[in-house]
Design a protein around this ligand. Structure first.
Ligand code: CMP
Length: 136
């Protein structure tokens, strides 16, 4: 196993539910260290750029609107197999399919407001970390 870094976003629905602390606590309890942490509001241009890979998908416009509808908390998580470990903590993209005890099962209502985002590969993690934390 290797020490990796991955990007986490606590999305507007979870921020509004006041579960930032509970979610960050799950990362720390799982042994993931917070190497960077910031609360911000995404501009429309930032949301479009961040999710550019989805720009042809039918949900793209709604996704951008939702991600700009309030504050988000972005963080860099560091630890053994951080990309996979973080994805396991989050659970499936669709909360209806997320395993019990995962963040999405516990805090998300819907696939379009699914509480958290996490990098899906080490390569994308590097790109996503640089997007929010160019200094890291
Ligand atoms: P995320 O992991 O942030 O990556 C892209 C996001 O698009 C995803 O989580 C979902 O919140 C959102 N999304 C909305 N509708 C869909 C859908 N039908 N399929 C996949 N992702 C969707």
């Amino acid at each position: 196993m290797a020490v990796e870094r991955t990007l986490s976003i606590i999305k507007p629905d979870a921020v509004k539910k006041q579960v930032i602390g509970q979610i960050l606590s799950r990362f720390e309890k799982a042994g993931l260290k917070l190497a960077g942490l910031r609360m911000l509001e995404l501009s429309e241009a930032q949301a479009k750029e961040f999710y550019a890979v989805h720009k042809e998908r039918p949900f793209f416009s709604d996704l951008v609107t939702y991600m700009c509808d309030g504050s988000v908390v972005v963080s860099v998580l560091e630890g053994e197999d951080a990309v996979a470990a973080h994805r396991q903590l989050m659970g499936a993209t669709d909360p209806k399919e997320a395993a019990p005890g995962t963040i999405r099962a516990d805090f998300a209502d819907d696939i379009s407001a699914n509480a958290v985002h996490g990098s899906d590969s080490l390569e994308n993690a590097a790109t996503e970390i640089a997007f929010f934390f160019p200094e890291l």
